[in-house]
Design a protein. Structure first.
Length: 285
């Protein structure tokens, strides 16, 4: 059988309008998605995939509005396609997470060949607002948990909350995945941040109906938030379930995989280094 090309795996998009002016763009055989939010004047593209080189043309067929690009966080499957555009908005935490994208071999495409390899990076801060014309998207800075560069986006008008990779149905990666040896990592702090980020999502819960992660199904029930809060408590309380088997073919290819474990509580699950999580497992809060 012929092997599928990289474009077929990483750059083969489907899209549907889930609500008037809101597009879900799906790729990686359904495991990953991006969002296109249209206002009266502009459209916001949240994340840009792996940099296959064919996203912009695809998105420009969905909207005739000028496109603003913003990133939920600076990981290769979310930002590599930024180079198809002149500029992109993101967290300043990109400075720490950049090697996850820019180290040689970090993405399966030659990003230097994209039209704007030196595109402009513009940092967003907590409380910033992106005005699309009769539709405003609010920026919420997350504390370092899944990575060092996460932003959440809240659309109060259309009642949607975009939580990136910091909460999802399959598992949140909570090990250091920055590819940066200088990156700070403290296991207790990461877990506490996962909890406080989740608590912030919960507090804002009256402002949205759809909770929209970037992987493994969307929208997801708000009860996932309670389960992730509970997971952190269950780690510190020593009652969370620890499994050595990851059951994730892609992460199992990572050289870090033998050191990782899966930690479960109800519907919530994380991947984390076992030696790290055992430092705080059952050690109280
Ligand atoms: Zn990520």
């Amino acid at each position: 059988m012929e092997q599928p090309s990289l474009e077929m795996i990483f750059g083969n998009y489907t899209a549907w309008e889930a609500k008037e002016g809101t597009w879900f763009i799906n790729f990686m055989n359904g495991s990953e998605n991006m969002y296109l939010l249209e206002g009266k004047e502009k459209a916001l593209l949240l994340d840009t995939g792996y940099g296959a080189g064919n996203l912009r043309a695809f998105v420009e067929k969905l909207t005739d509005k000028p496109i603003i690009v913003a990133n939920t966080h600076y990981h290769p499957d979310h930002v590599a396609g930024n180079r198809e555009f002149e500029e992109a908005y993101m967290s300043e935490g990109e400075l720490i997470d950049a090697p996850s994208v820019e180290a040689p071999g970090a993405v399966p495409f030659d990003l230097a060949k994209l039209p704007h390899p030196d595109y402009k990076k513009i940092w967003l801060k907590d409380g910033d607002r992106i005005d699309l014309g009769d539709r405003e998207i609010e920026v919420i800075e997350a504390k370092p948990a899944h990575c060092n560069s996460s932003l959440f986006f809240l659309d109060r008008k259309e009642r949607m909350f975009f939580c990136g990779d910091d909460l999802e149905s399959a598992q949140v990666m909570l090990f250091d995945n920055s590819n940066n040896p200088e990156a700070p990592y403290d296991v207790r702090e990461r877990l506490e941040n996962l909890k406080s980020n989740s608590q912030r999502m919960k507090e804002l819960g009256t402002e949205y109906d759809w909770l929209l992660p970037n992987h493994n199904g969307f929208p997801i029930a708000k009860s996932y938030i309670d389960d992730y809060i509970g997971l952190v408590d269950a780690v510190f309380g020593g009652t969370a379930v620890i499994e050595d088997e990851l059951n994730h073919p892609f992460v199992e290819m990572d050289p870090k995989a033998p050191e990782l474990c899966r930690v479960r509580y109800k519907k919530a699950s994380i991947f984390i280094k076992k030696a790290e999580v055992m430092k705080v497992y059952g050690k109280g809060e």
